[in-house]
Design a binder for this molecule. Structure first.
Ligand SMILES: Cc1cc2nc3c(=O)[nH]c(=O)nc-3n(C[C@H](O)[C@H](O)[C@H](O)COP(=O)(O)OP(=O)(O)OC[C@H]3O[C@@H](n4cnc5c(N)ncnc54)[C@H](O)[C@@H]3O)c2cc1C
Ligand code: SF4
Length: 317
């Protein structure tokens, strides 16, 4: 691990200002992703701004009947919160499908959103990787790509966004609240928060340098059966090959987002009116334009089969 300096933030805007003041600085929350990357020297921030002292660890009702989740609410607290379990079951289920109990105790809402890809070549510093080292190439294209993306890919990167929680946040139309070094706040819809790789796969989100996530908000609860279904190589402690977050009404209408297939949570709203026609009709619209590799072509039919299982479960709920 490379040497770094460290400070504890006092206010959100001061935390943002501290990251802007120090070139190459980063926030640290639970540290469960960042510290691993620092040990491997894939990330080498010269300065860490610890945000754990900020009072951003509350879950509150909003005046419009939704919920505001502080950036530092840990995954265990969020998944077990009574309001989340009752009104946003898909979120609770997605969180407990991820990582392990110990990790979820430390992992924060903001840190979870910003976890980095699990592409094996991203972790192998002997290999070219445009995400780790812009302009160096992509070892995954033409390499081993079983876990990697099948849609929204570019010639520069075929990595997936690996998280579970964000897939549920996308289906729930969540928004991300931030503050910058000047104290200005803004709200970013989840649809625009994570980016496709394009020519700049190292730029993964809409956040500017030093912009701090303060909260994630959920709109009023949506009626229907909330389901999160994760298909993976092992039944626990593994990232999704394909995951589906869905909220489905009794008449078959609903919404769906897919994980494990793209550089961001994958949702195509124009596919959703086809929900009452069944999984095949929705999946063909969701995955239109997919460009799988030889290794991961199985993911395209797996999306349809997983969605069919989710729809069948909704019928019996
Ligand atoms: C073995 C293992 C298995 C895992 N399995 C899964 C899984 O199956 N599913 C899954 O979804 N996840 C999984 N994870 C990932 C885990 O969920 C993340 O490591 C965790 O959520 C990151 O949260 P954190 O608070 O520890 O973030 P940190 O490691 O502290 O930070 C991560 C990033 O977020 C930035 N950051 C933190 N807080 C803020 C903020 N408020 N504003 C702006 N930037 C901020 C940091 O600068 C850093 O870049 C796994 C992790 C491990 C180690
Ligand atoms: S797929 Fe993306 S993360 Fe993986 S090697 Fe290529 S550029 Fe790097």
């Amino acid at each position: 691990m490379k040497p770094f300096t460290y400070e504890r933030a006092t206010t959100p805007a001061e935390a943002a200002a501290a990251v802007v003041r120090h070139p190459g600085a980063k926030f640290i929350a639970g540290g469960t992703n960042l510290l691993d990357l620092m040990k491997l020297e894939i990330e080498a921030p010269q300065h860490l701004v610890d945000v754990n002292t900020l009072k951003l660890d509350r879950i509150e009702r909003t005046p419009d009947g939704g919920v505001r989740i502080g950036a530092l609410v840990d995954n265990t607290a969020l998944a077990s919160d009574e309001r989340i379990r009752k009104d946003y079951g898909v979120l609770s289920r997605a969180i407990v499908a991820g990582a392990s109990g110990q990790l979820r105790n430390k992992a924060t809402t903001a840190g979870n959103l910003l976890q980095r890809t699990r592409c094996p070549y991203f972790y192998d510093t002997n290999q070219p990787c445009n995400k780790r080292k812009p302009g160096s190439g992509c070892a995954a294209i033409g390499g081993y790509s079983r876990q990697l993306a099948v849609i929204g890919v570019s010639n520069a990167c075929i990595a997936t966004y690996p998280g579970d929680m964000a897939i549920a946040l996308r289906v729930l139309d969540a928004k991300v609240e931030t503050v910058n070094a000047g104290g200005q706040t803004r709200t970013i819809p989840m649809a625009d928060f994570h980016r496709l790789p394009g020519d700049t796969p190292h730029i993964e989100t809409a956040l500017a340098q030093g912009e701090l996530i303060t909260a994630v908000t959920l709109p009023r609860p949506i009626q229907g059966t909330h389901i999160y279904h994760k298909v993976r190589d092992r039944n626990s402690y593994a990232f999704a090959l394909v995951s589906i977050a869905a909220v489905i009404q009794r008449d078959g209408r609903g919404r769906v987002a897919v994980g494990g297939v793209a550089h961001k949570p994958w949702r195509v709203e124009t596919a959703e009116p086809a929900m009452p026609q069944g999984a095949s009709a929705v999946a063909s619209r969701l995955m239109a334009g997919a460009k799988p590799t030889h290794d991961n072509a199985f993911k395209v039919p797996l999306v349809e089969r997983t969605l069919a299982a989710v729809m069948a479960e909704a019928k019996t709920a």
